[in-house]
Design a protein around this ligand. Structure first.
Ligand code: NAD
Length: 360
């Protein structure tokens, strides 16, 4: 389990003038003890009622939100499209809430980009899971007893997580090829030492450098063209996503059934609909000859580094929201693009327009 602040970063917040309180046992899942927080200058405290700002990984539940004083701010992941009821509660209780998913992906905000920091952890983990499940070597081995060929790994989706999965599988010696619908991805795939699969289909760039959703016709053609690449792979890792939508279904169970005995499939998107038909979040299922691993809360499977990176993102965004001088200390400037972009609710209103419209 991840935690939103690690002991080594407590000093950054006390240095800004904050008093830092940590819930008892909050760091246990990521191997940080209450004693370490205290040694770093925090106090251990279970009562949130006097807090000005509450930082967490997952959003607070409504019972906890009702304990906060009027005007308290929360900073956490907050998947607005699936948490409309919670957003309405945050509005009605007068809480100012910020969603880390909504931090704009501009260069000034890179150090606050928790989607990227957690995707990096998840992508690495996917490659390690595939290597661990595959009952053969990733690298080529040339020995006196003969040569063992390297594993062939296909990665679908080459955003932050996919590129990290490619880099990790390459470091372990696998022969990697990858596909993404964005034109810019091909060069990024090659720069990681993998082969960019060219399906000769139109690319699908959407707003903000993200992918667009496929039409069903485009999806069917993509599946047909990818099928032989997947059938020839020992390992398949899927990381494709389209913001605000269900994960695209890229691989049917019939395609997985074409894979050889002993093959492994790792579906990072299993929790958000699945890139692979039949994958189940948090479980390993068998499809044909392949073992299919469905990702569930994957960054939390490496809670130490995931928490360290997330905590740094949190400290950076809090620093942006801290007054340079005077009172109050926590004083987000709503004219700042990062503050405005990540704000979900403030002063009894929903500030995030798509969520406001969805609730109307
Ligand atoms: P994401 O998690 O939304 O999606 C993962 C990947 O899946 C993307 O590369 C996307 O193109 C791909 N994908 C979607 N549909 C697909 C399909 N049908 N078939 C194959 N692949 C498909 O993306 P992300 O990792 O968050 O990154 C998205 C973009 O944002 C990238 O261009 C990345 O370089 C960019 N980015 C910019 C910044 C910044 O400027 N601060 C930070 C992080 C990422």
């Amino acid at each position: 389990m991840r935690v939103a602040l690690v002991p080594e970063l407590v000093g950054k917040l006390t240095g800004l003038g904050y008093e830092v309180a940590v819930q008892p046992g909050a760091g246990v899942g990521s191997l940080s003890s209450d004693e370490e927080y205290v040694e770093s200058g925090a106090i251990i405290e279970d009562d949130l009622s006097s807090a000005d700002v509450v930082v967490s990984v997952q959003p607070l539940d409504i019972a906890t939100i009702r304990l906060l004083k009027q005007g308290t701010a929360t900073v956490s992941f907050l998947p607005v499209s699936t948490e409309l009821g919670l957003v309405a509660d945050l509005r009605d209780t007068g809480v100012t809430s910020f969603a880390m998913e909504l931090v704009p992906r501009i260069s000034r905000a890179q150090s606050m980009d928790a989607l990227s920091s957690q995707a990096l952890v998840a992508g690495y983990r996917c490659a390690i899971v595939a290597a661990g499940m595959l009952r053969r070597f990733f690298p080529q081995n040339m020995t006196a007893a003969g040569t063992i060929q390297p594993a062939k790994v296909v990665v679908l989706g080459a955003g932050v997580a996919g590129l990290q999965a490619i880099a990790t599988a390459r470091r372990l010696g696998a022969v990697v090829s990858a596909y993404d619908v964005r034109a810019a991805a091909a060069e990024e795939i090659r720069s990681m030492g993998a082969k960019a699969i060219d399906l000769e289909l139109e690319t699908l760039e959407g707003a903000g450098g993200y992918a667009r959703e496929m039409t069903e016709d485009r999806a069917a053609r993509q599946r047909d063209l990818l099928a032989p690449h997947i059938a020839a792979a020992d390992g398949l890792i899927t990381t494709a996503a389209v913001p605000g939508r269900q994960a695209p279904m890229l691989v049917t169970s019939a395609m997985v059934e074409q894979m050889r005995p002993g093959s492994v499939v790792v579906d990072l998107a299993a929790e958000t609909g699945g890139n692979v038909e039949g994958s189940v979040a948090g479980e390993v299922v068998r499809i044909g000859h392949a073992q299919v691993w469905g990702g569930r809360n994957v960054p939390s499977q490496m809670p130490g580094p995931a928490s360290r990176l997330y905590a740094q993102n949190i400290v950076n965004i809090l620093t942006l929201m801290t007054a340079k001088e005077g009172e109050p200390l926590f004083a987000p400037d709503f004219d700042d693009e990062i503050v405005a972009g990540s704000c979900v609710t403030h002063a009894g209103e929903i500030r995030h327009a798509p969520t406001r419209e969805a609730l109307e």
